[in-house]
Design a protein around this ligand. Structure first.
Ligand SMILES: Cc1ncc(COP(=O)(O)O)c(C=O)c1O
Length: 361
Protein backbone atom coordinates (compact mmCIF):
# COMPACT_ATOMS: atom_id res chain seq x y z
CA UNK A 1 0.00 0.00 0.00
CA UNK A 2 2.89 2.36 0.67
CA UNK A 3 3.83 2.10 -2.98
CA UNK A 4 0.33 3.13 -3.99
CA UNK A 5 0.35 6.15 -1.69
CA UNK A 6 3.74 7.16 -3.06
CA UNK A 7 2.66 6.72 -6.69
CA UNK A 8 -0.68 8.47 -6.29
CA UNK A 9 0.88 11.46 -4.51
CA UNK A 10 2.96 12.18 -7.60
CA UNK A 11 0.77 10.49 -10.13
CA UNK A 12 1.72 12.76 -13.02
CA UNK A 13 5.40 11.86 -12.80
CA UNK A 14 4.75 8.13 -12.54
CA UNK A 15 4.70 5.70 -15.46
CA UNK A 16 1.65 3.57 -14.61
CA UNK A 17 2.42 0.00 -15.65
CA UNK A 18 1.04 -1.61 -12.51
CA UNK A 19 -2.71 -2.07 -12.88
CA UNK A 20 -3.31 -2.75 -16.58
CA UNK A 21 -4.86 0.68 -16.90
CA UNK A 22 -4.64 2.40 -20.26
CA UNK A 23 -3.14 5.88 -20.42
CA UNK A 24 -2.98 6.08 -24.22
CA UNK A 25 -5.32 8.89 -25.37
CA UNK A 26 -8.55 7.74 -27.05
CA UNK A 27 -10.96 10.30 -28.59
CA UNK A 28 -11.40 13.97 -27.60
CA UNK A 29 -15.18 13.48 -27.67
CA UNK A 30 -14.90 11.34 -24.53
CA UNK A 31 -13.51 14.26 -22.53
CA UNK A 32 -16.13 16.53 -24.13
CA UNK A 33 -18.92 14.16 -23.03
CA UNK A 34 -17.66 14.27 -19.44
CA UNK A 35 -17.26 18.05 -19.47
CA UNK A 36 -20.67 18.77 -20.97
CA UNK A 37 -22.42 16.43 -18.51
CA UNK A 38 -20.70 18.33 -15.69
CA UNK A 39 -21.55 21.74 -17.23
CA UNK A 40 -25.21 20.73 -17.48
CA UNK A 41 -25.12 19.59 -13.86
CA UNK A 42 -26.52 16.21 -14.80
CA UNK A 43 -25.00 15.04 -11.52
CA UNK A 44 -27.87 16.64 -9.56
CA UNK A 45 -30.08 13.68 -10.50
CA UNK A 46 -29.88 9.97 -9.90
CA UNK A 47 -29.22 8.42 -13.30
CA UNK A 48 -31.90 6.31 -15.03
CA UNK A 49 -31.51 2.87 -13.47
CA UNK A 50 -31.49 0.91 -16.73
CA UNK A 51 -28.57 3.02 -17.89
CA UNK A 52 -28.00 6.16 -19.89
CA UNK A 53 -30.23 5.99 -22.99
CA UNK A 54 -28.27 4.17 -25.64
CA UNK A 55 -25.58 2.71 -23.36
CA UNK A 56 -27.00 -0.80 -22.77
CA UNK A 57 -27.80 -1.01 -26.50
CA UNK A 58 -24.26 0.11 -27.39
CA UNK A 59 -22.76 -2.59 -25.15
CA UNK A 60 -24.97 -5.26 -26.70
CA UNK A 61 -24.12 -4.13 -30.18
CA UNK A 62 -20.39 -4.00 -29.33
CA UNK A 63 -20.62 -7.69 -28.40
CA UNK A 64 -23.00 -8.67 -31.19
CA UNK A 65 -25.59 -9.82 -28.64
CA UNK A 66 -29.33 -9.22 -28.55
CA UNK A 67 -30.92 -11.70 -26.19
CA UNK A 68 -29.09 -10.82 -22.97
CA UNK A 69 -30.08 -8.35 -20.23
CA UNK A 70 -27.58 -5.63 -19.38
CA UNK A 71 -26.81 -4.32 -15.91
CA UNK A 72 -24.52 -1.28 -15.89
CA UNK A 73 -22.20 -1.51 -12.89
CA UNK A 74 -19.40 0.29 -11.09
CA UNK A 75 -16.75 -1.56 -13.05
CA UNK A 76 -16.46 -5.23 -13.89
CA UNK A 77 -15.50 -5.83 -10.29
CA UNK A 78 -18.99 -4.91 -9.06
CA UNK A 79 -20.61 -7.12 -11.69
CA UNK A 80 -18.47 -10.00 -10.42
CA UNK A 81 -19.29 -9.25 -6.80
CA UNK A 82 -23.02 -9.19 -7.44
CA UNK A 83 -23.08 -12.43 -9.39
CA UNK A 84 -20.80 -14.28 -6.99
CA UNK A 85 -22.91 -13.28 -4.00
CA UNK A 86 -26.15 -14.10 -5.81
CA UNK A 87 -25.23 -17.48 -7.25
CA UNK A 88 -22.80 -19.12 -4.82
CA UNK A 89 -23.35 -20.54 -1.38
CA UNK A 90 -21.53 -22.52 1.27
CA UNK A 91 -19.68 -25.56 -0.04
CA UNK A 92 -19.93 -24.67 -3.74
CA UNK A 93 -16.80 -24.93 -5.86
CA UNK A 94 -15.68 -22.66 -8.66
CA UNK A 95 -13.11 -23.91 -11.16
CA UNK A 96 -10.57 -21.14 -11.68
CA UNK A 97 -6.85 -20.67 -12.31
CA UNK A 98 -3.71 -19.64 -10.48
CA UNK A 99 -2.34 -17.08 -11.41
CA UNK A 100 -5.59 -15.14 -11.72
CA UNK A 101 -7.23 -11.85 -10.82
CA UNK A 102 -7.41 -12.74 -7.13
CA UNK A 103 -10.12 -10.28 -5.97
CA UNK A 104 -12.62 -12.56 -7.74
CA UNK A 105 -11.41 -15.52 -5.67
CA UNK A 106 -11.85 -13.39 -2.55
CA UNK A 107 -15.47 -12.67 -3.56
CA UNK A 108 -16.05 -16.41 -4.05
CA UNK A 109 -14.75 -16.93 -0.51
CA UNK A 110 -17.15 -14.30 0.84
CA UNK A 111 -20.00 -16.50 -0.35
CA UNK A 112 -18.35 -19.38 1.57
CA UNK A 113 -17.66 -21.12 -1.74
CA UNK A 114 -14.22 -22.36 -2.76
CA UNK A 115 -12.13 -21.54 -5.81
CA UNK A 116 -10.49 -24.72 -7.14
CA UNK A 117 -7.38 -23.32 -8.76
CA UNK A 118 -5.76 -25.01 -11.75
CA UNK A 119 -2.05 -24.15 -11.78
CA UNK A 120 -1.32 -22.52 -15.13
CA UNK A 121 2.19 -21.19 -14.64
CA UNK A 122 3.44 -23.76 -17.11
CA UNK A 123 3.08 -24.27 -20.85
CA UNK A 124 0.49 -23.45 -22.38
CA UNK A 125 0.01 -20.88 -19.57
CA UNK A 126 -3.77 -21.29 -19.59
CA UNK A 127 -6.21 -23.97 -18.48
CA UNK A 128 -7.03 -26.78 -20.87
CA UNK A 129 -10.45 -28.43 -21.30
CA UNK A 130 -8.92 -31.68 -19.94
CA UNK A 131 -7.82 -29.92 -16.74
CA UNK A 132 -11.21 -28.29 -16.33
CA UNK A 133 -12.95 -31.62 -16.80
CA UNK A 134 -10.77 -33.17 -14.11
CA UNK A 135 -11.38 -30.31 -11.70
CA UNK A 136 -15.18 -30.53 -11.91
CA UNK A 137 -16.81 -32.35 -8.99
CA UNK A 138 -20.37 -32.71 -7.74
CA UNK A 139 -19.88 -29.49 -5.82
CA UNK A 140 -18.86 -27.43 -8.83
CA UNK A 141 -21.28 -24.60 -9.50
CA UNK A 142 -19.32 -22.26 -11.71
CA UNK A 143 -16.44 -22.04 -14.15
CA UNK A 144 -14.47 -18.80 -14.12
CA UNK A 145 -13.09 -18.02 -17.55
CA UNK A 146 -10.88 -14.94 -17.70
CA UNK A 147 -10.23 -14.46 -21.38
CA UNK A 148 -7.71 -13.05 -22.19
CA UNK A 149 -5.89 -13.78 -18.99
CA UNK A 150 -4.61 -11.43 -16.35
CA UNK A 151 -1.64 -11.62 -15.73
CA UNK A 152 -0.14 -14.00 -18.28
CA UNK A 153 -1.43 -12.55 -21.55
CA UNK A 154 -2.67 -15.82 -22.97
CA UNK A 155 -6.07 -16.05 -24.62
CA UNK A 156 -8.31 -18.96 -25.54
CA UNK A 157 -8.94 -20.20 -29.06
CA UNK A 158 -12.45 -20.68 -30.37
CA UNK A 159 -12.37 -24.47 -29.98
CA UNK A 160 -11.24 -24.09 -26.36
CA UNK A 161 -14.10 -21.70 -25.55
CA UNK A 162 -16.47 -24.14 -27.21
CA UNK A 163 -15.04 -27.00 -25.12
CA UNK A 164 -15.38 -25.03 -21.86
CA UNK A 165 -18.96 -24.17 -22.81
CA UNK A 166 -19.74 -27.83 -23.44
CA UNK A 167 -18.24 -28.88 -20.10
CA UNK A 168 -20.27 -26.18 -18.33
CA UNK A 169 -23.41 -27.27 -20.14
CA UNK A 170 -22.84 -30.97 -19.36
CA UNK A 171 -22.55 -30.19 -15.65
CA UNK A 172 -25.13 -27.37 -15.59
CA UNK A 173 -22.56 -24.81 -14.41
CA UNK A 174 -22.58 -21.03 -14.56
CA UNK A 175 -19.91 -19.93 -16.98
CA UNK A 176 -18.51 -16.56 -15.95
CA UNK A 177 -16.84 -15.06 -19.00
CA UNK A 178 -14.70 -12.18 -17.77
CA UNK A 179 -13.88 -10.33 -20.99
CA UNK A 180 -12.17 -7.34 -19.39
CA UNK A 181 -9.25 -7.60 -21.87
CA UNK A 182 -11.22 -8.78 -24.92
CA UNK A 183 -10.19 -5.93 -27.19
CA UNK A 184 -6.50 -6.77 -26.82
CA UNK A 185 -7.04 -10.23 -28.32
CA UNK A 186 -6.84 -10.75 -32.08
CA UNK A 187 -9.71 -13.16 -32.27
CA UNK A 188 -11.84 -13.35 -29.15
CA UNK A 189 -14.79 -15.71 -28.80
CA UNK A 190 -17.65 -15.15 -26.36
CA UNK A 191 -18.84 -18.21 -24.45
CA UNK A 192 -22.41 -16.88 -24.75
CA UNK A 193 -22.21 -17.81 -28.42
CA UNK A 194 -22.18 -21.50 -27.44
CA UNK A 195 -23.88 -21.45 -24.05
CA UNK A 196 -26.25 -18.45 -23.86
CA UNK A 197 -28.43 -20.12 -21.19
CA UNK A 198 -25.87 -19.82 -18.38
CA UNK A 199 -23.01 -17.66 -19.62
CA UNK A 200 -22.54 -14.48 -17.61
CA UNK A 201 -20.48 -11.98 -19.54
CA UNK A 202 -18.53 -9.44 -17.52
CA UNK A 203 -17.56 -6.27 -19.40
CA UNK A 204 -15.17 -3.50 -18.37
CA UNK A 205 -14.52 0.00 -19.75
CA UNK A 206 -11.32 0.34 -17.70
CA UNK A 207 -8.72 -1.15 -20.01
CA UNK A 208 -9.82 -0.84 -23.65
CA UNK A 209 -11.40 2.60 -23.16
CA UNK A 210 -8.94 3.85 -20.54
CA UNK A 211 -11.73 4.67 -18.08
CA UNK A 212 -10.49 2.86 -14.95
CA UNK A 213 -10.95 5.94 -12.76
CA UNK A 214 -14.55 6.33 -13.92
CA UNK A 215 -15.50 2.93 -12.47
CA UNK A 216 -17.85 1.60 -15.09
CA UNK A 217 -18.57 -1.85 -16.50
CA UNK A 218 -21.48 -4.16 -17.12
CA UNK A 219 -22.93 -7.60 -16.60
CA UNK A 220 -24.73 -9.34 -19.46
CA UNK A 221 -26.89 -12.27 -18.47
CA UNK A 222 -29.90 -14.20 -19.74
CA UNK A 223 -33.08 -12.48 -18.47
CA UNK A 224 -34.08 -15.32 -16.11
CA UNK A 225 -30.65 -15.34 -14.45
CA UNK A 226 -30.53 -11.55 -14.28
CA UNK A 227 -33.79 -11.52 -12.30
CA UNK A 228 -32.09 -13.50 -9.54
CA UNK A 229 -28.75 -11.76 -9.76
CA UNK A 230 -30.10 -8.19 -9.44
CA UNK A 231 -31.48 -9.03 -6.01
CA UNK A 232 -27.87 -8.64 -4.89
CA UNK A 233 -27.26 -5.42 -6.82
CA UNK A 234 -25.24 -3.28 -4.41
CA UNK A 235 -26.16 -0.06 -6.12
CA UNK A 236 -29.84 0.26 -6.98
CA UNK A 237 -29.38 4.02 -7.39
CA UNK A 238 -27.35 3.46 -10.58
CA UNK A 239 -23.88 4.35 -11.75
CA UNK A 240 -22.06 7.70 -11.97
CA UNK A 241 -23.59 9.63 -14.86
CA UNK A 242 -20.29 11.18 -16.01
CA UNK A 243 -18.86 7.68 -16.27
CA UNK A 244 -21.84 6.52 -18.33
CA UNK A 245 -21.47 9.48 -20.70
CA UNK A 246 -17.77 8.71 -21.13
CA UNK A 247 -18.48 5.02 -21.72
CA UNK A 248 -21.07 5.74 -24.42
CA UNK A 249 -18.83 8.28 -26.17
CA UNK A 250 -15.97 5.74 -26.08
CA UNK A 251 -18.02 3.04 -27.76
CA UNK A 252 -19.50 5.44 -30.30
CA UNK A 253 -16.03 6.56 -31.39
CA UNK A 254 -14.17 3.30 -30.89
CA UNK A 255 -13.37 2.76 -34.55
CA UNK A 256 -11.45 6.03 -34.54
CA UNK A 257 -9.06 5.22 -31.67
CA UNK A 258 -8.84 1.48 -30.98
CA UNK A 259 -6.37 0.84 -33.83
CA UNK A 260 -3.91 3.32 -32.39
CA UNK A 261 -4.17 1.84 -28.88
CA UNK A 262 -3.44 -1.64 -30.30
CA UNK A 263 -0.54 -0.38 -32.42
CA UNK A 264 1.11 1.29 -29.42
CA UNK A 265 0.60 -1.83 -27.30
CA UNK A 266 2.22 -3.97 -30.01
CA UNK A 267 5.20 -1.62 -30.31
CA UNK A 268 5.60 -1.46 -26.54
CA UNK A 269 5.55 -5.19 -26.05
CA UNK A 270 8.14 -5.65 -28.81
CA UNK A 271 10.31 -3.06 -27.11
CA UNK A 272 10.09 -4.81 -23.75
CA UNK A 273 10.72 -8.20 -25.36
CA UNK A 274 14.01 -6.98 -26.91
CA UNK A 275 15.10 -5.57 -23.56
CA UNK A 276 14.25 -8.78 -21.67
CA UNK A 277 16.03 -10.91 -24.30
CA UNK A 278 19.27 -9.09 -23.44
CA UNK A 279 19.06 -10.08 -19.77
CA UNK A 280 20.44 -13.53 -19.01
CA UNK A 281 18.11 -15.36 -16.65
CA UNK A 282 14.99 -13.25 -17.37
CA UNK A 283 12.32 -14.35 -19.82
CA UNK A 284 8.74 -13.78 -20.97
CA UNK A 285 6.73 -16.98 -20.45
CA UNK A 286 4.07 -15.70 -22.88
CA UNK A 287 4.89 -13.67 -25.98
CA UNK A 288 3.16 -12.08 -27.75
CA UNK A 289 0.57 -11.20 -25.18
CA UNK A 290 -3.08 -10.90 -26.13
CA UNK A 291 -3.80 -8.50 -23.32
CA UNK A 292 -2.20 -5.18 -22.39
CA UNK A 293 0.25 -6.88 -20.02
CA UNK A 294 2.58 -9.83 -19.60
CA UNK A 295 4.86 -11.20 -16.93
CA UNK A 296 8.65 -11.13 -16.79
CA UNK A 297 10.06 -14.19 -15.04
CA UNK A 298 12.98 -13.18 -12.81
CA UNK A 299 13.20 -16.32 -10.69
CA UNK A 300 16.57 -17.48 -12.02
CA UNK A 301 18.03 -14.09 -11.17
CA UNK A 302 17.03 -14.57 -7.53
CA UNK A 303 15.13 -11.29 -7.56
CA UNK A 304 12.30 -10.76 -5.08
CA UNK A 305 9.47 -9.24 -7.17
CA UNK A 306 8.16 -7.21 -4.22
CA UNK A 307 11.57 -5.57 -3.88
CA UNK A 308 11.77 -5.05 -7.63
CA UNK A 309 8.39 -3.26 -7.57
CA UNK A 310 9.60 -0.94 -4.79
CA UNK A 311 13.02 -0.30 -6.31
CA UNK A 312 11.92 0.64 -9.81
CA UNK A 313 9.17 2.86 -8.38
CA UNK A 314 11.35 4.78 -5.95
CA UNK A 315 14.42 4.98 -8.23
CA UNK A 316 12.72 5.59 -11.58
CA UNK A 317 9.07 6.54 -10.94
CA UNK A 318 7.92 3.45 -12.82
CA UNK A 319 5.15 1.45 -11.22
CA UNK A 320 4.93 -2.27 -12.10
CA UNK A 321 3.39 -5.04 -10.01
CA UNK A 322 4.91 -7.93 -8.09
CA UNK A 323 3.67 -11.38 -9.09
CA UNK A 324 2.54 -11.91 -5.51
CA UNK A 325 -0.55 -9.83 -6.23
CA UNK A 326 -1.84 -12.34 -8.77
CA UNK A 327 -0.54 -15.64 -7.38
CA UNK A 328 0.45 -16.85 -3.93
CA UNK A 329 2.02 -19.97 -5.38
CA UNK A 330 3.83 -18.67 -8.45
CA UNK A 331 3.99 -14.95 -7.65
CA UNK A 332 7.59 -15.01 -6.33
CA UNK A 333 8.74 -15.92 -9.87
CA UNK A 334 7.68 -12.83 -11.76
CA UNK A 335 6.72 -9.20 -12.11
CA UNK A 336 3.71 -8.09 -14.13
CA UNK A 337 4.13 -5.22 -16.53
CA UNK A 338 1.27 -3.42 -18.34
CA UNK A 339 2.26 -1.77 -21.58
CA UNK A 340 -0.85 0.26 -22.52
CA UNK A 341 1.09 3.47 -21.91
CA UNK A 342 2.41 6.11 -24.35
CA UNK A 343 5.55 4.91 -26.14
CA UNK A 344 7.92 7.44 -24.55
CA UNK A 345 6.85 6.14 -21.14
CA UNK A 346 7.49 2.54 -22.13
CA UNK A 347 10.96 3.59 -23.34
CA UNK A 348 11.66 4.86 -19.82
CA UNK A 349 10.80 1.42 -18.45
CA UNK A 350 13.02 -0.29 -20.99
CA UNK A 351 15.93 1.99 -20.03
CA UNK A 352 15.39 1.40 -16.33
CA UNK A 353 14.95 -2.38 -16.53
CA UNK A 354 18.60 -3.43 -17.00
CA UNK A 355 20.08 -1.09 -14.37
CA UNK A 356 17.39 -2.05 -11.84
CA UNK A 357 18.08 -5.75 -12.33
CA UNK A 358 21.85 -5.19 -12.19
CA UNK A 359 21.53 -3.29 -8.93
CA UNK A 360 19.61 -6.23 -7.43
CA UNK A 361 21.81 -9.13 -8.52
C1 LIG B 1 -9.73 -10.04 -14.97
C2 LIG B 1 -10.24 -8.76 -14.40
N1 LIG B 1 -11.54 -8.64 -14.15
C3 LIG B 1 -12.05 -7.50 -13.64
C4 LIG B 1 -11.22 -6.43 -13.34
C5 LIG B 1 -11.84 -5.19 -12.76
O1 LIG B 1 -12.20 -4.31 -13.79
P1 LIG B 1 -12.98 -2.96 -13.52
O2 LIG B 1 -11.96 -1.88 -13.46
O3 LIG B 1 -13.91 -2.80 -14.69
O4 LIG B 1 -13.70 -3.09 -12.24
C6 LIG B 1 -9.86 -6.53 -13.56
C7 LIG B 1 -8.97 -5.40 -13.21
O5 LIG B 1 -7.77 -5.44 -13.29
C8 LIG B 1 -9.35 -7.72 -14.11
O6 LIG B 1 -8.06 -7.88 -14.35
Amino acid sequence: MEEFAHAHKQWKEVVWMSQNTNTIPTDPSVIEAIKSAADERLYNLYPFKKGLFGLPEAILSELGMSDQDVLVTNGAIEALYILNRALLSEGDEVVATDPSFMPIHHQIGLSKAKPVEIGIYKDPYKMTPEEVNEAVTEKTKMLLLIDPLNPLGTDYRRDEVRAFSEIAQDHDLWLVDDITYRDFSDDHTLSAEFYPEKSLTVYSFSKNCGLAGMRIGALLAPPAAMNDIVKFDTNVLSVNILAQKAALASLETKERWIGNVMKICRNNQERIKSAVDKIDGAFLPVYPSYTNMFVIDVNELGIDPDKFETKILYDHNIFVRSGNYVSKKYGPNFVRVSFSVPEDQCKKFVEALGPTIESMT
